[in-house]
Design a protein around this ligand. Structure first.
Ligand SMILES: NC(=O)c1ccc[n+]([C@@H]2O[C@H](COP(=O)([O-])OP(=O)(O)OC[C@H]3O[C@@H](n4cnc5c(N)ncnc54)[C@H](O)[C@@H]3O)[C@@H](O)[C@H]2O)c1
Length: 676
């Protein structure tokens, strides 16, 4: 077993580690089908070998070539480290600056097999969310980080560590870009090739920016989403006896099972991959499993009658489940489902993200690699069938929403009937959870703020939980508007539930939704507690990219932008740059996080709180920008809530001046002007 010292001392070359290939008993990424020409294959191999000195290239070349042929990508399995991969306490990392040690803590968490979806292929979640493109990049990055000083910045180009460059203590220690390609070449076909050649990488949101905190993040989002869906659509506060049907028990989607139990409803979740299903069952998040549709329906009916709290995993295709629910409705008149969604990986539908109902799991994997065109046509037919079944149920008292996985977008592209008559092109027949269910939270500055205690000590996490709760309680006591109060109250309840349900997988992390004021107050409270020794080691602040300012995504985060700028990405880029010079310890800019390559631009950050005065200043400055940017943009696009928030923030924050939109209410004037 290697030590952290060895792990941080550069690529292991003398001797080379033994090539143990792909490990059995670990889930592996689907075979990629890049369709490289012979010249491009040569380039891919040349690119992989340039990490190694000439004397070992001859030995590695055939091995890498074989990986390319067998798996469609060169992962360099030989260099998959022989260490228990996990987030070690910060003081154990060899380093010259603690910021670098905190980053290493976060990287190793993203690759921890308890956390990562396909750990040997360096995929954290979402089927293809890479931390790095290959293992050589991992070793080099760890070595650079352990050497780095406060006068240097590490530059990452889509997984490739370009080097340590001179900078200054106030600058970020790490700048990451993932998947930045020339816009006209940002197609999925080009991506497959560029990834196979090792020159670009899909970093999802928090995979390639090292800020993933396990499925807890999405349990939180799902709890609040299902609670709010119950409030808006069913008019109930208590979800006992209500049935929520969905699909996916993978990296993020697996959280749906736990969320159903936390909100007290009956969650039925279809999953085609037995390994994913059993992982959630063993973890205790899925209470029961079955591969019989008959049993599934019988159990659901019984639980509904008894108002049992249940999470039931159906091992099979979700289309079969939806069609069976339609059959029950048509034959018995009984509507067995109240709420529904989908969390297959539709951001990547033709490469293993969505399994078509016409094929078994293994059969689908093989066709995906042998005949991608035939596979694509089956996926599209399956999506059309899924939507027809959902449409039939939605004629009754059943409510479906898009869960930010590009399901409705891909269904529309497949020719399914998801059109909303008379709507603009970012809207569909069913709502998107961000805008309609969560109640336009981003316009109020609310979003998924998170932190990681780098000591790795659960006691530190407990202290931060207490501090965050007190900050929100004090804010309520000081007086906030009813919408903000509802958010704070839901999040206080969430922190208590999260601790009780032991949601930590991997690093000692917590997530909650907060607005700008709350985020800054929580950060300051943590920093002071570190200074006083109440928290033993630095805390990393971060957030999902899926937030107020981080993401320009016209079908999701920015689906409520109505001034025509929903397809522009200035906000995410400004966010990345602005965070960088206001104190972030690292920043990341990505193509495609959440809904897929070419569909979105998103940015994230990490900020290390170490108890110093500088850390507090950076937190105040950076977190304020990180929220205000998106609120101001929404205000400019005509959102009334955002307008009110930004006016309030201007009063609170000296120095904030924004251009406010003027009322253009005279329709007749516009029409007359246009007729000229
Ligand atoms: N809602 C959010 O806030 C949010 C956040 C992050 C990601 N996402 C998106 O949600 C999607 C899921 O993310 P993930 O990390 O869970 O991905 P994942 O690939 O780990 O899990 C998806 C699961 O769906 C299963 N599946 C695919 N087709 C199926 C079918 N027809 N029937 C039943 N099961 C099927 C797969 O086997 C897989 O286990 C992604 O598109 C991701 O980008 C949403």
């Amino acid at each position: 077993m290697s030590s952290l010292q060895v792990l941080c001392s550069g690529l292991p070359l003398r001797p080379l580690p033994e090539n143990r290939g792909r490990r059995a008993g670990v889930p592996h990424a689907p075979v990629r089908t890049p369709g490289l020409s012979p010249a491009e294959e040569q380039l891919a191999l040349r690119n992989a070998l340039r990490y190694f000195p000439p004397d070992v290239q001859e030995l590695l070349a055939p091995e890498f070539a074989q990986e390319l042929r067998l798996y469609g990508h060169i992962y360099m399995y030989r260099f998959c480290p022989d260490i228990k991969m996990r987030a070690y306490p910060i003081e154990q990392y060899p380093c010259r600056t603690r910021a670098a040690a905190a980053i290493m803590h976060m990287i190793m968490n993203n690759l921890d097999p308890a956390v990562a979806q396909f750990p040997q292929e360096l995929v954290t979640y979402g089927g293809n969310g890479q931390v790095f493109s290959n293992w050589a990049q991992f070793w080099l990055t760890m070595s650079y980080l352990s050497q780095m000083t406060e006068e240097q910045t590490l530059v990452m180009y889509s997984g490739h560590p370009l080097g340590l460059f001179p900078s200054s203590p106030g600058a970020p220690r790490l700048v990451i870009t993932n998947g930045m390609v020339i816009p006209n070449y940002s197609s999925r076909t080009e991506y497959e090739k560029l990834f196979a050649m090792g020159v670009t990488m899909y970093g999802q949101m928090t995979a390639g920016s090292y800020c993933y905190i396990g499925p807890q993040g999405i349990v939180h989002g799902t709890v609040l989403t299902v609670l709010n869906a119950g409030r808006w659509y069913l008019g109930v506060k208590d979800l006992a006896g209500k049935v929520f049907v969905t699909s996916g028990l993978g990296g993020m989607s697996g959280a749906q099972a736990k969320a159903a139990v936390i909100v007290g409803c009956i969650g039925v979740i279809a999953e085609v991959d037995k390994a994913a299903l059993m992982k959630r069952h063993q973890q205790g998040w899925l209470m029961e499993v079955t591969d019989s549709l008959d049993h599934c329906i019988e159990r659901l009916r019984e639980a509904r009658k008894r108002k049992e709290v249940l999470s039931l995993g159906y091992h099979g295709n979700v289309v079969d489940l939806w069609e069976r629910l339609v059959h029950e409705l048509d034959t018995t008149g009984e509507l067995l489902v109240d709420l529904g969604s989908d969390q297959t990986s539709c951001h990547n539908p033709f490469n293993g993200g969505y399994y078509p109902v016409q094929l078994g799991f293994a059969e689908a994997q093989s066709l995906m690699a042998s005949d991608p065109a035939a596979f694509k046509s089956l996926v599209q037919e399956s999506l059309r069938r899924q939507v027809s079944a959902i449409n039939r149920l939605a004629k009754e008292n059943f409510f479906f929403w898009d869960y930010g996985n590009a399901f409705l977008l891909e269904a529309q592209r497949a020719g399914a009937d998801v059109e909303k008559k008379g709507a603009n092109k970012t809207e569909f027949r069913y709502p998107s959870y961000v805008q309609h269910i969560m109640g336009d939270i981003f316009s109020q500055g609310f979003g998924p703020f998170r932190w990681v205690c780098t000591s790795g000590d659960p006691q530190d996490l407990a202290v931060t939980d207490q501090l965050a709760t007190s900050v929100l309680e004090e804010a309520i006591a000081d007086g906030v508007n009813p919408a903000v109060k509802l958010q704070y109250v839901d999040n206080i309840r969430w922190i208590r539930e999260a601790a009780r349900h032991r949601l930590v997988v991997g690093s000692q992390a917590r997530i909650l939704y907060s607005d700008q004021k709350g985020r800054v107050a929580i950060a300051v409270a943590f920093n002071q507690a570190i200074a006083r020794g109440k928290i033993k080691a630095p805390v990393v602040l971060s957030r999902d990219h899926h937030d107020v300012s981080g993401t320009d995504s016209p079908f999701r985060e920015t689906s409520n932008i109505y001034d025509g700028s929903a397809f522009c990405a200035d906000m995410a880029v400004q966010n990345f740059v602005g965070d960088a010079f206001r104190g972030a310890t690292w920043v990341a800019l990505h193509n495609g996080g959440g809904v897929g390559w070419g569909e979105v631009i998103n940015g994230g950050f990490g900020l290390v709180l170490d108890g110093t005065q500088e850390a507090e200043q950076k937190a105040r400055m950076m977190l304020s920008w990180d929220v205000s940017n998106g609120v101001a943009r929404r205000c400019w696009s005509g959102n009334q809530k955002a307008y009110e928030i930004i006016c309030q923030t201007m009063q609170d924050n000296k120095g904030l001046v924004v251009t406010l939109p003027q009322e253009v209410a005279d329709e007749r004037m516009l029409q007359q002007a246009l007729q000229l």
